[in-house]
Every structure is written in structure tokens, then in C-alpha cells.
Design a protein around this ligand. Structure first.
Ligand SMILES: Cc1ncc(COP(=O)(O)O)c(C=O)c1O
Length: 370
């Protein structure tokens, strides 16, 4: 079976180096806030165009802490999307704030910025858009609206490490952004890990305190009610070994995407479209097709893995009943949840496997259309 993602090949390609780096952590036994964490913070933040990086223990916590550092609190409203991984909404709710959804654009899968202004109230504190599947949302428009209404922009950049828009990295197009190092992300660690990036010194300082119980390390003096959410030193060591490959791996994903886009151009499916101003890093290669479930089954029969990101709109999830949304509130999200299918795009996909994926998709669709 060709899997949708294969973190094992990536880890195996640097297994010795990774184990050596971990052994060095064991030699020092400085497991919390060791020497690897600041290196990760500097390298990854700078790569994204941000001055400051704050290592935390997951992409979810990166969002929660970023929201906290921006002053989002109970009773506030945060404008976000119902078509994303649940952590985006969860982070807002963990702060006691209310997620106010706007629909997404059917082509880019990202926030439909034309809907934002109609949702702004006096309670609105921030906008939380997502660079979904590795393609930047319309950062210029979000920033224009945020400036007009005095709102903060917190970018869910969990899937977008290395993505750019108009030449700008994800660290320079929002007040603050949260990255995930979940193992199947474009660059993942060997467990959970995340990073907050920002060019705002005040947000950076506050986030640094917040991830460490609200205190300067070792001071036992608490400026803020905080969290225990430090980037683990072992994970930081892994991330430093992997960092030099980030651009190469993203380039390979883009090559795989270009290959599929060419192979699938005549099929009766909707292909992912990268806006010209975007450097899309294809965390997912997601097609839309009306017979999505049948296609998924046929691919599985042919030994090709695929996945549905995301099968259910967040506004219709039982956990979020209390938000009082109903069916047809966000028709684009509801439609694409029934159509989307993500195909294997990971950088280590062999040429043979890539061909097998392409041929299997083409044959399956021909069978379904016959
Ligand atoms: C869009 C999005 N937001 C947030 C997260 C949360 O990241 P993590 O799993 O590292 O907490 C993820 C990843 O899983 C994600 O894909």
C-alpha cells in the first residue's frame, strides 16, 4: 500500500544523525529548555521571516498561547473558518472566546475574506485564518481589514512551514503565527512540537512567559497566568537535524504536485489551484470530485492510500452544538467536505509510486465515469 504520508522514510533517511543528536541530549540531561530549543527558535523563525520564535509543545498550544499573548479572553469573538483542523476552533474556545465563522473560498480552500467585515462586532478581538494545505490565505486583505478595525491577526500556519505570499514568509504577514511539528507535517519532529513566530517584541516576550507558567525561567515570579508548554529538548534536537532539508522537501512536494497537475489535467475533477502570488508548499494535494467516496475505495483496492481532510464541517460537529450554527450556514464548507480527497504527495514518494498513484487515479475515474 502506498501510504498518504510516510514519516518513517523521512526519519530513516537521517536516523543515525537523529539518534546521535538525541544521545547528546541524554549526555547533558538538560531535558527542559536545553541548548537545542533556542537554535530551533532562531532558525525556523528566521526562515519564515520572523525575528522571534518561541518553542512550545504543539501547534495547538502555539495558537492558544498566541491568542493569549494577543489579549484574547473570555467574551471576545474571533473570526475564523469552519473548514480546518479542529485545533483552530479549539484554541479559541480554550481561551473562553467565541469562534465566529466565515465560509471558505471553494478554489483555495482558504478564508473568504469578502465575508469578514459583516461579522465584525464590538466584541471582535482577532482574526484567525488558516494557510490551509500549505497555501497562504489572502494576507493582504486580512491585514487591511484588521488594521481598519484594530484587530489582531493570528495565523494558523500549522500546515504552512516554508510557504510564502508575494515573497513574504508566514512570519511576516500576521501579528503572530503558530506552526506545528506534528510528525506528518512537511517537517515534523518525533512527537508533538510547535512554534510561535512573530515580529512583535511584546507578543514574543509575553509568549515566552506564558509557555513557562507565566514566569521568566527560574525566577518564580509570575507576571501572567501561564501554561506548561515548552518545546521538548529531544524534539528540538530532532528539529535541528531536519532543518537543512526543509527547502528540499518542500521543493519535492511542489514537483510532485506539478506532476499530478499535468497528469490529471483532462480528468473531470477539480484540481488544487495555487494562486500565482503564492509559494504553495503542498502539505496536502487535495482534489475535489463528486464521487469522492467511490474513488477512495477504488484507490484502496489498487493499493493507494488517500484521506479526507476534512469530512465534517466544524460548525456541524456535535461538540460545537452550543455555537448554534445549522446546516447551510456555510454552503461551500459543507459542499467541499463531501468532495475532497487528499493524495500521497510526500517528498520521499518514489517515481514508481508516484506513477502508480497517477495511473490508479486516472483508471479509477475512468471506471467511475464509464
Ligand atoms: C490547521 C491545523 N491547525 C492546528 C493544528 C494543530 O497542531 P498540533 O497537532 O501540533 O497540535 C494542525 C495539525 O495537526 C493543523 O493541521
Amino acid at each position: 500500500m502506498i501510504p498518504l504520508a510516510n514519516p518513517k522514510v523521512q526519519v530513516d533517511s537521517q536516523r543515525e544523525e537523529i539518534l546521535e543528536a538525541i544521545a547528546k541530549v541524554f549526555d547533558k540531561c538538560q531535558f527542559i529548555m536545553g541548548e537545542n530549543v533556542p537554535v530551533v527558535e532562531e532558525k525556523y523563525a528566521n526562515h519564515c521571516g520572523a525575528k522571534y520564535g518561541i518553542g512550545v509543545n504543539s501547534g495547538t498550544d502555539a495558537l492558544v498561547i498566541a491568542l493569549t499573548a494577543c489579549g484574547v479572553d473570555s467574551g471576545d469573538e474571533v473570526i475564523t473558518v469552519p473548514y480546518t483542523f479542529v485545533a483552530t476552533t479549539e484554541a479559541v474556545l480554550i481561551r473562553g472566546a467565541k469562534p465566529v465563522f466565515v465560509d471558505v473560498d471553494p478554489v483555495t480552500f482558504n478564508m473568504d475574506t469578502s465575508q469578514i467585515e459583516s461579522k465584525i462586532t464590538e466584541k471582535t478581538k482577532a482574526i484567525l485564518p488558516v494557510h490551509l494545505y500549505g497555501q497562504c490565505y489572502n494576507t493582504e486583505e486580512v491585514n487591511r481589514i484588521a488594521k481598519k478595525y484594530g484587530l489582531k491577526v493570528i495565523a494558523d500556519s500549522a500546515q504552512a512551514l516554508g510557504a510564502k505570499r508575494n515573497g513574504k514568509g508566514i512570519g511576516e504577514t500576521a501579528d503572530v503565527a503558530g506552526i506545528s511539528f506534528f510528525p506528518t507535517k512537511n517537517l515534523g519532529c518525533c512527537g508533538d512540537g510547535g512554534l510561535i513566530i512573530t515580529n512583535d517584541e511584546k507578543i514574543a516576550d509575553k509568549a515566552k512567559y506564558l509557555r513557562f507558567h507565566g514566569m521568566a525561567p527560574g525566577s518564580y515570579y509570575y507576571n501572567h497566568v501561564g501554561y506548561n508548554s515548552r518545546l521538548d529538548e529531544i524534539q528540538a534536537a530532532v528539529l535541528n537535524v531536519k532543518f537543512p532539508n526543509l527547502d528540499k522537501w518542500n521543493t519535492k512536494r511542489r514537483e510532485n504536485a506539478a506532476f499530478y497537475l499535468d497528469k490529471f489535467k483532462d480528468l473531470p475533477i477539480e484540481l488544487p489551484i495555487a494562486e500565482e502570488c503564492n509559494y504553495h508548499i503542498y502539505h496536502q494535494f487535495t482534489i475535489k470530485y463528486n464521487k469522492r467516496d467511490e474513488l477512495k475505495s477504488k484507490l484502496a483496492e489498487k493499493g493507494v492510500g488517500s484521506a479526507i481532510y476534512y469530512p465534517y464541517p466544524l460548525h456541524l460537529q456535535p461538540a460545537y452544538d452550543f455555537l448554534n450554527y445549522k446546516e447551510n450556514d456555510f454552503p461551500i464548507t459543507e459542499r467541499i467536505c463531501k468532495q475532497v480527497l487528499s493524495l500521497p504527495i510526500f517528498p520521499e514518494l518514489s517515481e514508481e509510486d508516484r506513477n502508480t498513484v497517477a495511473t490508479s487515479v486516472i483508471e479509477s475515474i475512468q471506471e467511475l465515469e464509464a
